[in-house]
Design a protein around this ligand. Structure first.
Ligand code: PLP
Length: 636
């Protein structure tokens, strides 16, 4: 196809720009994945993965996890820190932790712990159930377990149990009252806690999570409270338990300058506290390392204007500079990056199950003798388009449509006439749009035609389950067809989901370096499935979804790369999605009772002779099969 190249597809969808080296477009027009950063030549063809999934009888939509990407991200952050620490002759170590709230899936946490073992990479928890999970999964005595979030007595007691197990569990005090609870508890149990102090930072971050810092932040201690805490610990002879100073100014930090500012504030506070006699060993800079979702490398909310190397360098050199000036030891550096570890490793693949397009309906438009003058006028515009200036044609068509609507309400136009007129109206708009030349395209009304004519592609998924942040906070996630990228995408469309919620659609699309309300995709073919991938869903989206319309969790497919396997990959595990039965049960339904009741009604129809007994059995079995089946649409 000479009129379309892979480069143009790349320009349009920006796969390399947001793909971070993992995703690109292959020569064959399929999305290509290089999941292992050490072995960039081992690549997986996304289309082949999807074909294998379908061949195994697994129904879409599915979450596909590339575990090698997860491992690569863990290796990259640890190695980038080590390298920079060496170059800067920094005296402390890097002791990263993964905050499991970003993706609590057991398989994800296990993979991260396994990949992080050589670096003593640890975990962070922000609630009691998360603490219980990290206690079981971080058994490396060298790795940190950082405990944030509001705490009650049980939370603190569990943390002290962790100390009994010789783990480096650090209780980060978010509120002064937690310290008042902790001190007597630790004494009573005879356990020496490791204590962290979370500082409410003065720097104001920008973006969606700006509220995580500043005077009104919900978390952390003010400087006065930190000084009071130190006094309290000194009184109790527990000052040596204060090991860590923590701050976290927000997630998805898009501007590197805010990060530098926060590091400088945090390091200064650390130094002053050390000078006060607090023997802090760790400085924890929290999370916030961003992801370039829209591929613009900018300070928009869905991007970041820095690389991981730059981030790490600014942290290491920033802390070193302050400590050297203040003449205090370099602390070990803790970071709690979650989004950056997980966003790339998973995506949702689904199929387009239909198209909604006002100009796509077929209707018999032939003239009848006594048809209304409005229909005749519209037909004239429709057939003799060349005689009109596009703007005049558009205005007339809109005028006739409005008059027709008034006439219909008064009972003057018949249903058939209305249907013809409406069909012609949309065809005229499409015709005007196709015929626009450079000059007339600048007329504003005509420019809007593109959006008016956009199709809606119905995608077999629920954004409330799989892409909650696109709905909740206007997060941009890339959506790209996984094949046919060597063909020109000729249909401008938006993506709607299958929930009954009119908000159930993606409203922002990456087109080149712009964010638009729709995006070009390929024409649907009658007997060929069209698969699209929603990418970068590994952070938060995977685990935050809800069950709007009772669409449950998606089937998960875990893919590993391996160069001895055909296609350089193998599917290691398939975790089935939530069945209709299970979703209904969580809403307190008793599905056995439901099945029994439906069967009773079917039996009654059989007894009355309205249904044949065999038919009755078939209906009963079908209902039961659907209960056990997927909540999503089945596409045969
Ligand atoms: C959410 C959170 C993180 C993770 O932030 P990311 O932006 O995902 O890296 C780290 N630390 C704390 C305290 C958090 O609340």
């Amino acid at each position: 196809m000479a009129d379309w190249t892979i480069d143009q597809a790349e320009e349009l969808y920006g796969v390399n720009r947001w793909g971070a080296g993992y995703f690109s477009i292959g020569e064959n027009g399929n999305i290509k994945i290089a999941p292992n950063h050490r072995l960039p030549d081992i690549t997986i063809d996304m289309r082949e993965v999807v074909d294998e999934i379908i061949a195994e009888g697994i129904e879409l939509p599915a979450v596909i996890r590339f575990h090698d990407i997860l491992r690569s991200q863990v290796e990259i952050i640890n190695e980038t820190f080590s390298k920079c620490i060496e170059e800067a002759e920094y005296k402390g170590k890097y002791c990263g932790v993964f905050p499991i709230k970003v993706n609590q899936m057991r398989e994800v946490v296990e993979e991260i712990m396994d990949a992080g073992e050589p670096y003593n990479y640890g975990l962070e928890a922000g609630s009691k159930p998360e603490l219980m999970a990290v206690m079981a999964y971080n058994d490396n005595p060298e790795a940190l377990t950082v405990l944030n979030g509001y705490k009650d007595k049980d939370y603190l007691t569990l943390a002290l149990l962790g100390r009994q197990l010789k783990r480096k569990m650090i209780i980060v005090v978010e509120k002064f009252s937690e310290l008042e609870m902790l001190i007597p508890l630790a004494k009573q149990l005879g356990v020496e806690p490791m204590i962290g102090l979370r500082s409410k930072m003065m720097v104001r971050s920008s973006g969606k999570w700006a509220g995580s810092s500043g005077d009104r932040a919900k978390f952390g201690l003010s400087i006065a409270e930190i000084l009071n805490a130190i006094e309290r610990l000194r009184e109790e002879d527990m000052l040596h338990c204060a090991k860590l100073l923590h701050f976290h100014i927000g997630s998805q930090l898009s501007d590197i300058r805010k990060i530098k500012e926060a590091v400088s504030e945090g390091a200064r506070l650390y130094a002053k506290l050390v000078q006060e006699g607090v023997e802090l060993e760790y400085l924890d800079i929290g999370g916030g390392l961003g992801i370039d979702y829209d591929g613009t490398s900018s300070t928009t909310d869905s991007s970041r204007n820095y690389s991981t190397e730059e981030y790490v360098a600014d942290v290491v050199w920033g802390i070193k500079q302050v400590c050297d000036l203040e003449n205090v030891p370099h602390p070990n550096i803790v970071s709690e990056s979650g989004r950056a570890m997980t966003a790339h490793h998973s995506c949702v693949v689904s199929n387009i199950v239909g198209e909604v397009n006002p100009s796509g309906t077929d209707f018999d438009l032939s003239a009848t003798e006594d048809e209304h003058i409005l229909v005749k006028n519209m037909r004239d515009l429709f057939i003799n388009g060349a005689q009109y200036h596009p703007q005049e044609r558009y205005n007339d068509a809109a005028g006739y449509k409005q008059s027709a609507y008034e006439a219909f309400k008064l009972g003057i136009l018949s249903l058939k006439e209305m249907a013809k007129l409406d069909t012609m109206y949309w065809r005229i708009l499409a015709d005007i749009h196709t015929g626009l030349d450079e000059e007339s395209a600048f007329i504003q009304e005509l420019d809007e035609l593109e959006d008016m004519l956009a199709s809606q592609y119905l995608c077999n998924f629920s954004i409330f389950q799989s892409a909650a942040d696109t709905w909740a906070i206007g997060q941009v996630l890339p959506i790209v067809p996984i094949s046919r990228l060597d063909e020109k995408p000729e249909v401008r469309c938006s993506i709607a989901d299958i929930t009954c919620d009119s908000d159930g659609k993606l409203s922002k699309y990456i087109e080149g370096t712009e964010i638009r309300e729709n995006i070009p995709m390929h024409k649907l073919k009658k007997d060929e499935a069209y698969h699209v991938g929603l990418f970068l869903t590994g952070a938060y989206q995977d685990v935050m979804g809800d069950m709007h319309n009772l669409f449950g969790r998606l089937t998960e497919v875990h893919v590993y790369c391996h160069d001895d396997e055909p296609g350089d990959f193998y599917i290691e595990e398939v975790v089935p999605g939530t069945s209709a039965e299970k979703v209904l049960t969580t809403m307190q339904y008793n599905t056995e009772y439901m099945a029994k009741t439906v069967k009773k009604h079917i039996d009654r129809q059989v007894r009355k002779g309205h249904l044949q007994p065999r038919e009755g059995v078939r209906w009963t079995n079908f209902y039961e099969k659907c209960l056990a089946g997927s909540t999503y649409l089945r596409v045969d």
